[in-house]
Design a protein around this ligand. Structure first.
Ligand SMILES: [Fe+2]
Ligand SMILES: [Fe+2]
Length: 281
C-alpha cells in the first residue's frame, strides 16, 4: 500500500468558490500592516506558476498509480487549478493597488526554468517538499486566527479556503513520491528528500524575502529597519516561521508522513464558517 497513512475515509473535495470579485482591497489589506500584507502578496504572486509546476510534476507519475492515488491526483489537480484562478484574481488586486509584481513573477519563471533539464523525479521531490511547506503554513493560518486578523474579509476568506484545501490534499504529492520511489532503498529516499527539503527551504526563504523587500521598497520602506521588522514578523509575532519549525523538522524523522498529524478538524471548522456566512447572506 503506497498511501496507507492517508486516512481511509479522506475525500478530497474541490470547492469551486470565488473571492473578491468586484471588491477593492486596501493597499495594506492585512491589518494596515505593510509587512504582513507583503508576506501574503509575495506568496500569492508565486502561486499561479508555482501551482502549475506542482500539477505538472505530480501528474507525470499518475499512470500506473494505484486507483485511489490516481483519483487523489485528479482531485488535487482540480483544487490547484482553482487556487491558481483565485490567486490570479487576488494578484490583480495587488496590481490595482499600484504594486509592480513583474520582478517577483520573473523570479518564479527562472526557478521553474531551472527544473526543465532535470529528471521528473527531481520536480516531484521539490513538489513533495513544497507541499509539506504549504500544508504546515496552511495549518498555522487556520489554527491561529491571529495571522489573518484585521484582514479584508474576502481576502482573508480566500486564504482560509486555500489553506483547508492544502490541508486536505497534503498527502497527495507525498504518496505520489512514495509510489514513484517504491524501489528505492529507505536510505536513498531519505537522503534525497532531506537534501531537497533543505534546498527548497533556503530557496523559499530567499525568494519570499526578496519579494517582500521589493514590495516594501515600492511602499517606500527600505533599509535595516525594514529587515528587522520582517524578521520580527517571521520569528516573533505572529511568528509564522517560528510556529511551523516543529512541523518542518518532523519531515526529517523516520516514518514521517503528512497524515501522521491528522488536522482535518480545521477543514470542518472553516467549512462551517463558510456555510454560516452563506446562510447569513
Ligand atoms: Fe494550492
Ligand atoms: Fe497544494
Amino acid at each position: 500500500m503506497t498511501n496507507a497513512k492517508t486516512p481511509a475515509d479522506l475525500t478530497i473535495t474541490p470547492r469551486d468558490l470565488r473571492f473578491g470579485r468586484g471588491a477593492t482591497y486596501r493597499r495594506w489589506w492585512l491589518n494596515d500592516d505593510p509587512v504582513a500584507t507583503a508576506f501574503y502578496n509575495a506568496l500569492s504572486v508565486t502561486f499561479p506558476k508555482g501551482e502549475g509546476f506542482f500539477i505538472d510534476s505530480v501528474r507525470k507519475f499518475r499512470d500506473g498509480a494505484p486507483p485511489r492515488l490516481e483519483r487523489e491526483i485528479a482531485a488535487f489537480t482540480k483544487q490547484e487549478v482553482m487556487h491558481t484562478r483565485e490567486h490570479v484574481a487576488f494578484n490583480r488586486h495587488v496590481v490595482e493597488q499600484g504594486y509592480d509584481i513583474s520582478t517577483l513573477e520573473a523570479r518564479v519563471d527562472r526557478e521553474i526554468a531551472l527544473t526543465r533539464d532535470r529528471p521528473a523525479i527531481a520536480s516531484l521531490a521539490a513538489t513533495m517538499c513544497l507541499e509539506h511547506f504549504t500544508a504546515i503554513i496552511a495549518h498555522q493560518l487556520v489554527a491561529n486566527p491571529r495571522h489573518l486578523a484585521g484582514g479584508d474579509a474576502e481576502a482573508a476568506a480566500l486564504w482560509r479556503w486555500h489553506a483547508i484545501e492544502e490541508i486536505e490534499h497534503k498527502g497527495v504529492a507525498y504518496d505520489t513520491w512514495l509510489h514513484a520511489t517504491r524501489d528505492w532503498s529507505r536510505l536513498l529516499r531519505w537522503k534525497v528528500k532531506a537534501i531537497v527539503m533543505v534546498m527548497s527551504t533556503i530557496k523559499f526563504f530567499r525568494g519570499r524575502t526578496e519579494g517582500m523587500l521589493e514590495l516594501l521598497r515600492q511602499d517606500g520602506l527600505t533599509g535595516a529597519g525594514v529587515k528587522w521588522r520582517l524578521f520580527k514578523y517571521a520569528f516573533g509575532r505572529p511568528g509564522m516561521a517560528r510556529k511551523v519549525l516543529g512541523a518542518w523538522l518532523a519531515f526529517f524523522l523516520p516514518g514521517f508522513h503528512p497524515w501522521n498529524h491528522d488536522d482535518r478538524k480545521f477543514i470542518g471548522l472553516v467549512e462551517s464558517e463558510f456555510e454560516a456566512a452563506r446562510l447569513a447572506a
